[in-house]
Design a protein around this ligand. Structure first.
Ligand code: ADP
Length: 298
């Protein structure tokens, strides 16, 4: 069925992104609670004409069709998109615990067994996107990993968007601290680039703060200093004695600067840290997620 603006009741606000606001909404015809994100059309300084905007919107919709064919327990489901008042709205599965950046800011650094479960889910998601759809995520970071009280961990916001979405929509991440050295240098982008971003994200979740600059209390880096640091300096190590050798090694291989020497998601699936996490029947994600519910629900 086709989604339209009049079919929704707004239930609350879930967050703000680069593109706009994400709202929790009820889709009355289906009775389904959804997360609805709007993409602002960026007409830019040169004020492109309405006709062009219309053409671009059509193109954006074609590109979004790929999302419809993505079905995986590790990918946030896409329900559809519509245009209203000159804006594009995207409707997706509502994840009731929100994103990992919000979760760790509220609840503190995340313990290693849970990081293991997060790693398995992200790798499963990346492997699915690439092997089934030839999609590279391009924006792996704690904001784009969502959890729910069913104990599920899913990826959202991946780079299906081609030229059209990039040209009209502002949501596009310019520079970010999760970008791999090769991407900063403008070289070829590959699945390995997502692995770098996963490594930085896991380190952030493990220590409870963004890992650059390495010492807490040091002044924040300007963007250019941060990018220079990522390209030229060694990645800050994990604090000693708090994590397993397997986790330390996992981060080490994710953060190899040369993308050709860095493993792919499929190769990482057999790394000792991941094998342990896959076999782990003790860590109960439903219990963990239920436990943090009161701290993170708005
Ligand atoms: P960003 O541009 O930073 O990736 P988004 O615009 O995708 O952010 O989302 C902003 C915030 O809204 C997220 O960090 C998250 O907390 C919340 N959010 C996004 N999508 C969902 C969803 N499907 N379910 C629940 N919360 C969501």
């Amino acid at each position: 069925s086709v989604l339209q603006s009049t079919d929704f009741d707004e239930l609350g606000e879930l967050g703000h992104g680069n593109g706009g606001t994400v709202k929790k909404v009820l889709h009355r015809p289906s009775g389904r609670v959804m997360a609805r994100k709007n993409l602002f059309i960026d007409r830019g300084p040169n004020k492109i004409h309405d006709v062009e905007v219309e053409q671009l919107k059509k193109q954006v919709f074609l590109e979004l069709q790929v999302l419809r064919s993505c079905h995986s327990p590790y990918i946030v489901s896409f329900y559809g998109a519509f245009v209203h008042d000159g804006e594009i709205f995207i409707c997706m599965e509502h994840m009731d615990l929100g994103s990992l950046d919000y979760i760790y800011r509220k609840c503190g650094a995340i313990e290693e067994p849970v990081l293991g479960k997060i790693t398995v889910a992200v790798l499963e998601g990346l492997i699915y996107l690439y092997h089934k759809h030839r999609i590279i995520h391009r924006d792996v970071k704690p904001n784009n990993i969502l959890l729910n009280t069913k104990g599920e961990i899913k990826l959202c916001d991946f780079g299906v968007s081609g030229e059209a979405v990039n040209s009209v929509v502002k949501t596009f991440v310019g520079t970010s601290g999760y970008m791999s050295p090769e991407r900063i240098k403008g070289q070829t982008y590959s699945v390995q680039s997502d692995v770098w971003s996963l490594g930085i994200s896991l380190m952030e979740l493990a220590i409870g703060r963004f890992p650059f600059p390495p010492n807490e209390g040091e002044r924040n880096l300007a963007v250019i200093e941060l990018l220079d640091y990522i390209v030229n300096e060694d990645v800050p190590p994990l604090p000693t004695g708090q994590f397993s050798q397997a986790f330390e090694d996992f981060l080490h291989v994710c953060l190899i600067k040369d993308p050709r020497k860095r493993p792919t998601p499929a190769q990482l699936f057999n790394h000792a840290f991941v094998v342990t996490a896959r076999d782990d029947s003790i860590t109960d994600m439903v219990a963990w997620c239920t436990g943090i519910k009161d701290q993170v629900t708005k």
